[in-house]
Design a protein around this ligand. Structure first.
Ligand code: ADP
Ligand code: MG
Length: 255
């Protein structure tokens, strides 16, 4: 196995203030990894660092044998401007930007790829639907179609299953598993610990610094989950990722 992304004493943050620090480790080529941690623990920040959009405050990120153009990134749905006047096929076609350029011609086989991507996410017939009329699940399907078109070796998903219907979750997990079978490297920020255990072989548990990183069954050990909660100053008492073992402890003594 070889690493496709290596973190070397990495610290990321904003305006000189670290948000997540001293990350050390690697994502293996073809690995399927969940990133889990309380709210504000630096999960989205890490994904932004991996895309290259956020420069390290310290340490470094090594992309082994790939350029950042070969990374597909699906931001948290809250960060997407749904009022932008676009229809589904516009949104999905953004997946061509990296290969064709912003004003590059859409070719005949692109048209077919677009049809296939919409078909794969169950949005055939939605081409001309304005994106502000889509349900949360439909919008997430369209964003997955965009990732499909990017045909990227590394795929980053930030909370792709939050606030969408169960059927969509099932369909999109099947796509994630398909990407994994194709030996793409997939890294997803998730809250549902049961889903992580079921679908993701590797897990990185973050609490502004790495608590554990490795096989999911070991990383999500109750002791680690408890430690992650204690180490994060700003965490949400009702965060859905809380594990059963942690429920019996008082919340007031964190930080
Ligand atoms: P998570 O995704 O785990 O909920 P984030 O990576 O979004 O956490 O945030 C980690 C920390 O960085 C939080 O304290 C958050 O307030 C801060 N942060 C996130 N984005 C910005 C930003 N654009 N400017 C300043 N601080 C930010
Ligand atoms: Mg986040």
């Amino acid at each position: 196995m070889s690493a496709v992304i290596r973190l070397d004493d990495l610290t990321l943050g904003y305006d000189g203030h670290p948000a997540v620090h001293h990350l050390h480790g690697a994502f293996e080529t073809g690995s399927l990894t969940a990133i889990v941690g309380p709210n504000g623990s630096g999960k989205s920040t890490l994904l932004k660092g991996i895309t290259g959009a956020l420069k390290p405050l310290g340490g470094r990120i090594e992309h082994a044998g790939i350029s950042v153009r070969e990374i597909a990134y699906l931001p948290q749905i809250a960060e997407i401007d749904r009022t932008f006047p676009a229809v589904v096929s516009d949104l999905v076609s953004l997946g061509f930007w990296k290969s064709r350029g912003l004003f590059g011609a859409i070719r005949g086989d692109d048209r077919q790829a677009l049809d296939e991507a919409l078909q794969a996410v169950g949005l055939r017939g939605f081409e001309q639907r304005p994106i502000d009329t889509l349900s949360g699940g439909q919008l997430q399907r369209a964003l997955f179609a965009r990732v499909l078109l990017q045909d990227a070796r590394v795929i980053l998903l930030d909370e792709p299953f939050t606030a969408i219907d169960e059927r969509t979750v099932g369909d999109l997990i099947a796509l994630v598993q398909h990407w994994h079978n194709e030996r793409r490297t997939v890294i997803a920020v998730l809250h549902d610990v049961e889903m992580v255990r079921r679908v993701f072989p590797q897990t990185l548990l973050l609490a502004r610094e790495p608590i554990a990183w490795g096989a999911t069954s070991e990383t999500l050990h109750p002791e680690n989950l408890l430690k992650a909660r204690r180490m994060t100053e700003a965490w949400d008492e009702h965060a859905p990722w809380h594990d059963h073992a942690a429920k019996h402890h008082h919340h007031g003594d964190a930080a």
